[in-house]
Ligand binder design. Structure first.
Ligand code: NCD
Length: 304
């Protein structure tokens, strides 16, 4: 896929070759930032972040990425409350307005498929920064980049994903990327929160579903922990029923391989105890930092 001026909507759109291109670029930019701090790669470009849902890492890392490339940023972080949506404006009209001002729009929305709907009317690239319980393709890229950095490879890995497989959009996108290489996935969740068929229907790699964290721990090279997506539960009682079921502590980690990597897209609630942060296998803060370099690479490829 040539990246120039393309929308980034789903992890489905990437080939292994595309991923290699993003990673090479991310690595190069990571080195350049280490030397120079702020670069002059995209001095003539302006990016809008349009976020209808809360975000810390995704929005700020996109904005930091653009600024570190020497580009500029305009931002609406509470679009649901402070943009013209409150006056009844449609997403389509909002996109057709913002694109008059900027060269790329990074969109986070409450509804699955919203990024695709935005792209249908957009004349500038749309980057999906999370569409409801759908996908989060740029997170999947930074997750894979972190896997490569921590494990030295993106294949022949057993990846245990734990928590909310149903609503967790990062899991949905990461599954598609893992499927490009010879990997194996263990989805660990209570049956009601298991991975939906629409996510696994294109999976060519072996995968299994289990409720047992212990089985997964014994076999995992990568432990990908997620938070229950509280805001997407229809009934508060359902959330309460499952909350706290999976809790990663130094004690539960004893069964995990000493060479494994622990990832989490963050934010965490109570699923990883803070004492785990000092374990050398805990890579979630390094993962977060990688996000900025991967987003720099994407912006450069899309706008360059
Ligand atoms: C994730 C998201 O928004 O989907 N966060 C992120 O982008 N790093 C995960 C989550 O909110 O649980």
């Amino acid at each position: 896929m040539p990246f120039s001026h393309r929308h980034i909507l789903s992890a489905h759109q990437f080939t292994a070759y595309d991923i290699e291109m993003v990673f090479d670029e991310a690595f190069r930019l990571q080195e350049a930032v280490r030397r120079q701090g702020v670069l002059a790669t995209l001095p003539h470009s302006l990016m809008a972040t349009l976020f209808y849902e809360p975000s810390t890492r995704t929005r700020l890392s996109f904005e930091a990425a653009m600024q570190r490339l020497g580009g500029r940023v305009v931002s609406t972080s509470h679009a649901k409350h402070y943009s013209s949506v409150t006056k009844g404006e449609t997403l389509q009209d909002t996109i057709q307005s913002i694109q008059q001002y900027v060269d790329v729009i990074v969109l986070r929305h409450t509804d699955r498929g919203a990024a695709g709907e935005a792209a249908a009317v957009a004349t500038v690239p749309i980057i999906n920064a999370g569409d409801g319980d759908g996908e989060h393709p740029t997170q999947a890229l930074l997750d894979m980049y972190t896997i490569l950095q921590e494990q030295g490879r993106t294949e022949n890995l057993t990846v245990a994903m734990i928590g909310d497989m149903k609503y967790g959009r990062t899991v949905h996108s990461l599954t598609q990327l893992l499927n490009l290489y010879a990997n194996r996935i263990i989805f660990v969740a209570p049956p009601a929160l298991q991975i939906p068929d629409w996510v696994t229907k294109d999976c060519n790699i072996p995968y299994e579903k289990t409720e047992s964290m212990e089985t997964a721990f014994a076999e995992a090279d990568i432990l990908y922990v997620t938070r229950l997506q509280k805001e997407r539960f229809e009934k508060a009682a359902d959330y309460q029923r499952y909350q706290g079921q999976y809790s990663i502590t130094l004690e539960t980690l004893q069964k995990l391989s000493p060479t494994a990597t622990i990832l989490h897209p963050l934010p965490r609630v109570d699923e990883i105890s803070p004492e785990v942060d000092h374990d050398p296998r805990a890579a979630y803060f390094r993962q977060m930092k990688n996000g900025m370099f991967v987003r720099m690479a994407l912006l450069h490829l899309v706008l360059g």
